[in-house]
Design a protein around this ligand. Structure first.
Ligand SMILES: Cc1cc2nc3c(=O)[nH]c(=O)nc-3n(C[C@H](O)[C@H](O)[C@H](O)COP(=O)(O)O)c2cc1C
Length: 304
């Protein structure tokens, strides 16, 4: 796998394939399918300061070429993550992971990072800024340059590991936000989170999701995600982790050619739990068939 090696801030990955946050938990449910040690890294489920039960059901709906989710960041909270989940993780996965940090206030992000700093297996934090800021009327941190910059600076100030800031596609100008978080000290950018969407049940005449709106993911969003990776790559110099609708080795190569140094697969894991395994095993011979020996040579080639 030497030719598949990629380097991210603070981490060297044996290959660029990772499960995306919220679609793989911490990996425990996947060990019956395959040896998850073949993964480049794992982006964990969101970790918040306190346990969250998430939104009421229905909170998942299928749509053409994708799905909607309104899980609501259900997780056991940072204390349980530090004391009960991370101590068990080395028994199923020996590489560094990327911990997804979420919060409703800047203080919450800071508290989660401070608590996670002591976990050796965390190689970097993925800061999910798509969460609503309850002190600013519920507007997501990710839609405003000032708020995105403020939360990035606050996280960076207390973090003992690199900070990867995860951008939301639900903005007018993704480049503005990307530049703002880069200037605020982000070590890398991950994108994209889900696009907002909804469905209506024509029989009940009501929205399908209890939360009304949900996040759209899967192949339906791939062209949007790819465009945003391409745009951000042209305008920032920190590395990008690309995601949004990746289902095949060809999709991985497209994202890397657009400028992603590594990729994450989300919804794909829910459709086929073997998807990451399949792609990892196909990737080296596929890039070789395209004339590339080392995968890092793919990054950004679409920009000429
Ligand atoms: C069921 C589900 C749960 C998710 N939970 C999180 C989460 O906890 N934190 C986060 O940053 N993103 C979360 N996401 C977003 C994914 O990590 C990813 O950014 C998005 O789904 C796009 O990738 P995909 O099209 O491959 O699924 C979730 C997505 C899904 C489908």
């Amino acid at each position: 796998m030497e030719n598949l090696k990629v380097t991210l801030p603070g981490m060297v990955l044996q290959n660029p394939i990772m499960p995306a946050s919220g679609t793989f938990g911490f990996g425990f449910d996947f060990v019956d399918y395959y040896d998850i040690n073949i993964l480049g890294s794992i982006m964990t489920k969101a970790i918040t300061q306190h346990p969250r039960y998430g939104n009421a059901v229905p909170r998942i709906a299928e749509v053409t070429s994708g799905m909607l989710n309104a899980i609501g960041l259900q997780n056991l909270g940072v204390e349980e993550a530090v004391n009960a989940i991370f101590p068990r993780l080395p028994s199923i996965y020996r590489h560094k992971v990327i911990a997804n940090v979420s919060g409703s206030t800047v203080e919450e992000y800071v508290a989660v990072i401070k608590a996670l700093n002591k976990v050796d297996q965390i190689g970097a934090y993925e800061i999910n800024i798509s969460c609503p800021n309850i002190k600013e009327g519920g507007m997501a941190f990710s839609v405003d340059e000032t708020m995105a910059s403020y939360v990035t600076k606050a996280c960076k100030a207390v973090s003992e590991k690199p900070i990867y800031v995860k951008l939301s596609p639900n903005v007018t100008d993704i480049v503005k936000i990307a530049k703002a978080v880069e200037a605020a000290g982000a070590d890398a950018i991950t994108l994209i989170n889900t696009l907002l969407g909804m469905r209506i049940d024509v029989k009940t005449r009501k929205p399908v999701l209890n939360n009304i709106y949900g996040g759209l993911s899967g192949p339906a969003i791939k062209p949007v995600a790819l465009k945003m990776v391409y745009q951000v790559y042209r305008n920032v110099s920190i590395p990008i982790i690309g995601m949004g609708g990746i289902m095949t080795k060809e999709d991985v190569v497209e994202f890397m050619m657009a400028g992603a140094s590594a990729v994450a697969i989300g919804t794909g894991n829910l459709v086929d739990p073997m998807i990451c395994h399949t792609i990892v095993h196909e990737l080296e011979s596929y890039i070789s068939s395209l004339g590339f020996e080392k995968i890092e040579a793919l990054v950004g080639v679409a920009h000429g």
